[in-house]
Design a protein around this ligand. Sequence first.
Ligand SMILES: Cc1ncc(COP(=O)(O)O)c(C=O)c1O
Length: 405
Amino acid sequence: MHIPFTKPYWGDEEIELVIQSIKTTSGIGDGPSTKILIQKLQLLLDAPYILPVTSCTHGLELILASLQLGKPDEVIVPSFTMSSTANAVILSGALPVFADIEPDRYTIDPEDVKRCITPYTKAIILVHYAGMPCLMEELLAIAKQYHLFVIEDAAHAIGATYKGKALGTFGVAGAFSFHGTKNICCGEGGVVVTKNKKLSDVMEIYRANGTNRREFLKGMIDRYTWVGKGTSFFLSDILASILVAQVEKIPVINARRMQIARTYTQAFEDYGDVVALSAVPSYAQPNWHIYGIRFKKEVHAALFIKEMHKKEIGVSTHYVPLHDSPMGIQLRKLRISCYRETADSAYFREPSPLEVAFFSRRLPVTESAARTLVRLPIYPGLTDQELHYIIEEATKILRSFVRRL
Ligand SMILES: Cc1ncc(COP(=O)(O)O)c(C=O)c1O
């Protein structure tokens, strides 16, 4: 039995809407399907400003560029994330500073965030890993104390909430992904959400090649023109039409994912000697974008993956820590060297040995999670038969690990 790691949950509704969109529109952004999508997401997220974009990556770039950050600003990001999170910071001209994650749910560790704060810190990007909320209370308190923007990389988090409030709507802005691997998807796509009208207005201009096209579309002006910096991040209306059907399915998709997660947890909870599972805190309503099991021994994780692949079951590790990637290492050196470059200003000065040590430090939880966390198939199209086959094969391997302890 071949079981892929992930599969979109598309059906006749998506096909119908795409055909309709092709027959009746040219597919350009902000068309009729996009308008319906925006209304549906306004309701779901309880937020007034929704900007469909080509990807979550572009959504993050849009937010960072519109907040007008730049050198010597610093933005704290978790190291356990996709390059998109940190690239958005670099492309804005600011410098990403990598923080560690907490070991239970792999979201940014508030204690480590505090260690990363300098007079130049302007923002924190929170990644709700696996659709599980970050430790919001602690993080929002830190942001308030140090006057930092909170930006949410909610790539994984559509339909997930913290104390009933949608993830992605806690900070100044949030970005979701509708990439083909996500809970709802249109191949490549994303959306930015904000409750801040001023920021939304800036983002609308940036997203439209720096023009006031939106005012033109609203009939407020009779020609649109170049009014600022920008690029084109519009989501095609054809892709938006797929999302119109997908948003409707969020309750069904996330309920099935939860059911699968519960079945996995029941099956694996007796193997606590070899694996750790994430518990769901009472404040969290995750969307189970990812189901991960964390091996206590690195060698077990590698062996588990090898054995599951032999059975044609799609399992996978996740991110290579950004601080330890070739680009991350270069950046950390840059951070040291940019202190050294121009010793005459307050910021650009010789770093102290303590500072050099800080930029070179290890992030132990991130590094361990990268080696020991293994993701299992979880999507609504996974049949009960497939699920039981995965569990049967996985528990055989886990039992063999327990025997050899
Ligand atoms: C945490 C995180 N942020 C951003 C992205 C980028 O999303 P997209 O593929 O929509 O650009 C991903 C992709 O999976 C991700 O995992």
